[in-house]
Design a protein around this ligand. Structure first.
Ligand code: MG
Length: 381
């Protein structure tokens, strides 16, 4: 049977632009997650997928050479144009052939395979936390909340040469492959990704569910997925998937009751419990001073330092900074997000607050329209 595939990409609920890019053009598939100031990240990821679309690599060696060529082109643009200095992109690309899939991979986007209902990560993250997990310094759960979790250690375009991971896997009938940007797996636990892929009726439905799961968990980053079934065992679905321009943004978990993903709830509770134990045991105030959260002071969005916990007369947090943005200017689900008082690093709290500050005077409808989504679904004959 011919291969089936689908792609979906969404800006998410926090970022202003979508710097991810994707392509599904059998036999090649790719996800790229750009970085750099202004529009530069978008340019870098766009260059990567465009080069793959135009080049039609025929084998694994050609795909690897292509990744190096893309690196060179982005690097030249980044060094020749001050406005694009420092731009780069991740790239996770797959090329299917009879009985196998060849991959090239740089950065922290991921390739997964679902076989017999089990999800397996095929790529290794080139990120600071990825390296720390491999050396045993961090657990996967700790990595998800690490303040430096978005730092990547390899990308296309940041140096004149790049080390590209190349690997191949054999395929079996019924195998399903997922390429995704970190906006998916930083929001959605692997068990949930596995369940969605396993239980969805078709690829388009799976892609929609994955994007909605990421946004339902906070949508803190652009989220992009490419799903393909090399032997076409799983139907593509009727698409279009995730028509974000016409669809209301997903309601966050907290607004609909107890739908907060269990692992995130558990993590927050565990973090609070651990911090409390540390304070009580060691009498250490210091630890809570490394934790921040968004809250409301005097009706305005504010950053608090410490933990959102009251122990009788004792409060474990202090006001760090108050903005001029009234809470009631935000859309209801954004208010819910603030009122959830999720713990974060100072950098993350400031990024979110800055985003709301910039958008504070913009009408909700205009804001919704600035979020983009691109999708395609198909069968390749
Ligand atoms: Mg990302």
């Amino acid at each position: 049977m011919p291969a089936t595939f689908t792609t979906a990409s969404h800006t998410g609920l926090v970022r202003r632009g979508n710097e991810d890019a994707a392509i599904a053009q059998p036999p090649v598939y790719a996800v790229a997650d750009g970085m750099g100031g202004a529009q530069a990240g978008e340019i870098a990821s766009g260059m990567a997928v465009a080069a793959i679309a135009d080049s039609h690599p025929e084998d694994a060696a050609a795909l690897s050479r292509l990744a190096e060529t893309i690196n060179q082109s982005i690097f030249e643009q980044a060094t020749g144009d001050a406005g694009r200095a420092g731009m780069g992109t991740t790239l996770t690309a797959a090329l299917t052939a009879a009985g196998r899939v060849d991959f090239v991979h740089v950065g922290d986007s991921r390739a997964y395979r679902l076989r017999d209902g089990k999800l397996e990560q095929l790529s290794a993250d080139h990120s600071l936390v990825g390296e720390m997990i491999r050396t045993g310094e961090l657990t996967e759960a700790e990595a998800l909340k690490h303040p430096q979790r978005s730092i990547i250690t390899r990308a296309l375009g940041v140096d004149s040469t790049v080390e590209v991971d190349s690997f191949s896997v054999e395929t079996e009938p019924g195998d399903l492959f997922l390429l995704c940007s970190d906006g998916l797996y930083s929001m959605v636990a692997p068990e949930a990704i596995e369940t969605i892929l396993r239980d969805s009726d078709d690829l388009a439905a799976a892609a929609t569910s994955l994007v909605e799961a990421a946004n339902g968990a906070g949508g803190e980053d652009n989220v992009t997925v490419v799903i393909f079934s090399p032997d076409g065992t799983i139907p593509a679905g009727s698409g279009p998937v995730v028509a974000a321009e016409t669809r209301e943004r997903p309601v966050p978990a907290a607004a609909s009751g107890n739908d907060t993903p269990r692992w995130r709830r558990w993590y927050t509770l565990a973090a609070i419990a651990l911090a409390l134990i540390a304070i009580l045991a060691g009498g250490s105030w210091y630890m809570t001073r490394q934790i921040y959260y968004l809250g409301v002071n005097d009706g305005r969005l504010s950053i608090y330092q410490g933990l959102p916990v009251e122990l009788g007369p004792l409060s474990l947090s202090t006001l760090y900074r108050q903005s001029n943005v009234p809470l009631d200017e935000l859309e209801p689900f954004e208010q819910d997000r603030v009122l959830r008082q999720e713990l974060s690093s100072l950098a993350t709290a400031e990024e979110i607050l800055e985003n709301y500050t910039d958008q504070g005077q913009t009408a909700p409808q205009q804001r919704r329209d600035t979020r983009t989504a691109t999708t395609s679904t198909g069968v390749q004959f």
